[in-house]
Design a protein around this ligand. Structure first.
Ligand code: BG6
Length: 279
């Protein structure tokens, strides 16, 4: 079942329900901000301080970073993580059976997008809500010249406590530490004791987020980079849409095309960035 809903300020979202799972997806940013299996705790973290307001990205869920991840290298005045997380997307497809709902949201170039990025494109975002969550962002180049993108499905995981979780599957991988602006090799599992902001590279295997009561398996396609981010106390206190203790219950593990894993897409060609999350 799919229903069109809105908050009292008019902010629109889709509510999806089937026999095994449910989700909420904002039309602004094609932003999934709730997903859970029926009767279970939410997979996605959503900040209690997040605003549902046009022009402001939701803090939590899965923001889409596109066509650049992080700071725009050629113009630092451009919005961090690109511009599509605050654009209004259109629902173009919906199919369902008892245990699975699939939808596609579309965003194409417009006068508004050309202000940020001088290319014609079509973005299709496929969301499959079932006993696992599958997200796929497909970029089509509709221009006459090739373009290059970096991007991420910026998933905020809802965790018991940051001190109790660890990430496995990134052992012996090279990562770029955005805080130290240097690369290092990962030694063993990752556990969290301070701010972490890293891009892991050349990852072609699933990774595990191990919590006290659940293990999430994250498998990516069309990507070989994972971003691992937790802002810790000082940054949480300063960030928009966060409370000072927000960092305790969230961890971002982002399926990305970042750094050397950027994608160049020729005219009329597509690239898909996909992740499945099982638990
Ligand atoms: C992460 C980045 O992906 O997103 C961090 O690695 C950044 O550096 C974080 O702080 C949140 O970004 P934003 O734009 O949503 O506040």
């Amino acid at each position: 079942m799919i229903s069109f809903k809105q908050f009292s300020n008019g902010f629109e979202y889709l509510e999806i329900k089937n026999e095994v799972s449910k989700a909420k997806i904002a039309l602004q940013g094609a932003h999934i901000f709730e997903y859970s299996k029926i009767g279970e705790k939410p997979l996605l973290w959503l900040s209690e301080a997040s605003e549902f307001k046009l022009g402001t990205a939701i803090r939590g869920g899965v923001p889409l970073c596109w066509p650049w991840f992080g700071v725009n290298k050629t113009d630092t005045n451009m919005p961090q993580h690109g511009f599509v997380r605050t654009m209004i997307w259109k629902l173009v497809e919906f199919t369902e059976n008892d245990e699975c709902s699939e939808l596609t949201l579309l965003l194409s170039n417009s006068k508004e997008t050309l202000v940020f990025w001088p290319y014609k494109f079509e973005l299709r975002y496929k969301i499959k809500v079932a006993d696992e969550l599958t997200l796929e962002l497909i970029t089509k180049n509709c221009d006459v010249k090739a373009f290059s993108i970096t991007q991420a499905l910026h998933t905020y995981f809802n965790i018991s406590n940051i001190s109790d979780v660890f990430v496995s599957g990134l052992e012996n991988k090279l990562y770029f530490d955005s805080l130290k602006q240097k690369s290092f090799m990962q030694d063993g599992n990752i556990s969290f004791h301070k701010e972490v902001d890293r891009v892991y590279q050349d990852v072609n295997n699933p990774i595990l987020l191990i919590d006290v009561d659940r293990t999430y398996t994250i498998t990516n396609y069309g990507s070989s980079s994972f971003v691992v981010w937790n802002p810790w106390l000082e940054k949480s206190t300063k960030m928009s849409g966060m409370k000072s203790n927000s960092y305790e219950s969230m961890l971002c593990i982002e399926s990305a095309n970042a750094l050397d894993d950027f994608k160049t897409i020729e005219p009329n060609r597509v690239h898909g960035l996909k992740t499945t999350i099982k638990f």
